[in-house]
Design a protein around this ligand. Structure first.
Ligand code: 5AD
Ligand code: SF4
Length: 424
């Protein structure tokens, strides 16, 4: 039997794909890259912005034909939008076999077995009659065959006023130290050269008397692990202790995601971010002083309720001061039940568009500048799939290599589409 996993949303969601696939794999499913070749599909949804949710819902709609073609096929809808809209999804798309929200991921194997165990037995008999898929998929829930995720915590204890994550993912839960280390070691033994520790606020992790900086040092020392990354850190826990652990652990990559959201102190307050632009920039400065080659990436929201031209200019100022090598920029999207959904969504759509375009111009120029600096230099790349990989500081590289799983030097000849192009 063949399983196809589709994921929307963040890296957490990608990593959850592994857990969502696991009970089906235990039942004899193998992963395939094509939905048409699949006997079961797991749809891992996101709800962080309306657009993300709409994409998942429209795919569920399109999968009606896939189900009708062979009604014994199994369609599971999981993740954050499933948490928010569970009963509605079941009602609106009655052909969905199982809806399991993000909060239920710990119970998921049990839920799947109870709801679908008998169906799998029947499916196993009919699936053999259909031709096998040509190519197997990459490992489910891994970034690439040589770069794995390890979830260390789930949930979020903050209450950023725009954010639906605490509602759909719940309070913070930390996985025990030994469990995390055992999973990381096992993934290295399976061929991972790079591990990304994951959590909604990954650096708030604390367990068994240890804090996140201790975990960085210890995971960084795993034999055979070349690179250690983590997503998504919360600025509050970017402490001097964490910066020191990054600087002193050779495996930790010179890259940090520091989501700013806005540069206006007034809006940062309304967003309940618990920092102002000056203290945020001071953190970035301390990081750069400790790790001179570090690259910083960020998230920015434009068009938050009541955002004025002046607020927006402060955001541009912050971006110019932070100089992120890559930025994820979003138009504000009110999410039902969040604090800011109670504020008037009063920035006209055209103004949001225009601000986003101006912001992207500034962000893109900074990215282009960072890319251009690498041209004619030789960078160290983890070849993830044979001629495609990433540098330690997070740039994508494409070249004519066939060294998957190896860390290799690549001389950069040019850049295009925000990818460094090697000259061999
Ligand atoms: N509207 C727009 N962007 C949002 N984000 C989170 N919630 C919203 C929202 N309601 C953005 C933030 C966050 C990233 C994952 O998504 O920038 O860091
Ligand atoms: Fe989307 Fe947030 Fe859920 Fe990730 S945690 S899938 S970004 S809603």
């Amino acid at each position: 039997m063949r399983l196809h996993v589709v994921t929307f949303g963040c890296q957490m969601s990608v990593a959850d794909g592994e857990e969502l696939a696991s009970p089906l794999k235990g039942r004899g499913f193998t992963a395939v890259a094509e939905p048409d070749a699949a006997d079961a599909i797991v749809l891992n949804t996101c709800t962080v912005r309306q657009h993300a949710e709409d994409k998942a819902l429209s795919l569920i709609g399109r999968l009606r034909a896939w189900k009708e073609e062979r009604p014994e096929r199994v369609l599971i809808v999981a993740g954050c939008a499933a948490e928010r809209l569970g009963p509605w999804i079941q009602e609106r798309f009655p052909y969905v076999d199982l809806v399991v929200g993000a909060k239920s991921i710990e119970d998921y194997p049990k839920v799947v077995e109870q709801a679908l165990g008998a169906r799998f037995d029947a499916l196993a008999e009919t699936a053999a009659a259909f031709p096998a898929a040509a190519a197997p998929d990459k490992p489910t829930g891994w970034q690439s065959p040589h770069s794995a995720f390890v979830t260390i915590m789930r949930g979020c204890n903050y209450s950023c006023s725009y954010c639906i994550v605490p509602a759909v993912r719940g309070r913070e839960l930390y996985r025990p130290y030994e469990t995390v280390m055992a999973e990381a070691r096992a993934k290295v033994a399976m061929g991972a050269k790079e591990i990304t520790l994951l959590g909604q606020t990954v650096n708030s992790w604390a367990a068994d008397g240890l804090k996140f900086p201790d975990l960085l040092r210890r995971a960084g020392a795993i034999e055979g692990l070349e690179r250690l990354r983590f997503e998504s850190p919360h600025p509050h826990f970017v402490t001097d202790e964490m910066i020191a652990a990054m600087a002193q652990t050779p495996a930790v990559c010179e890259q940090l995601h520091l989501p700013a959201q806005s540069g206006s102190d007034r809006l940062l307050k309304l967003m309940r971010r618990n920092y102002d632009s000056a203290s945020f920039l001071a953190k970035a400065q301390r990081l750069r002083a400790a790790i001179p080659r570090v690259e910083v990436t960020t998230d920015i929201i434009v068009g938050f309720p009541s955002e004025t031209d002046d607020d927006f200019e402060r955001t541009l100022d912050l971006v110019r001061a932070l100089r992120p090598s890559w930025s994820y920029t979003f138009k504000y999207s009110p999410r039902e039940g969040t604090e800011s959904a109670g504020m008037p969504d009063d920035v006209p759509s055209a103004v949001k568009e225009e601000r986003l375009a101006r912001l992207n111009e500034v962000c893109d120029a900074l990215t282009e500048e960072a890319l251009a600096k690498r041209v004619t230099t030789t960078v160290e790349v983890l070849d993830e799939t044979g001629g495609f990989g990433r540098t330690r500081d997070g740039f994508k590289v494409s070249w004519g290599g066939a060294t998957a799983g190896k860390i290799v030097p690549v001389r950069i000849a040019s850049t295009s589409k925000r990818i460094l192009r090697g000259d061999s």
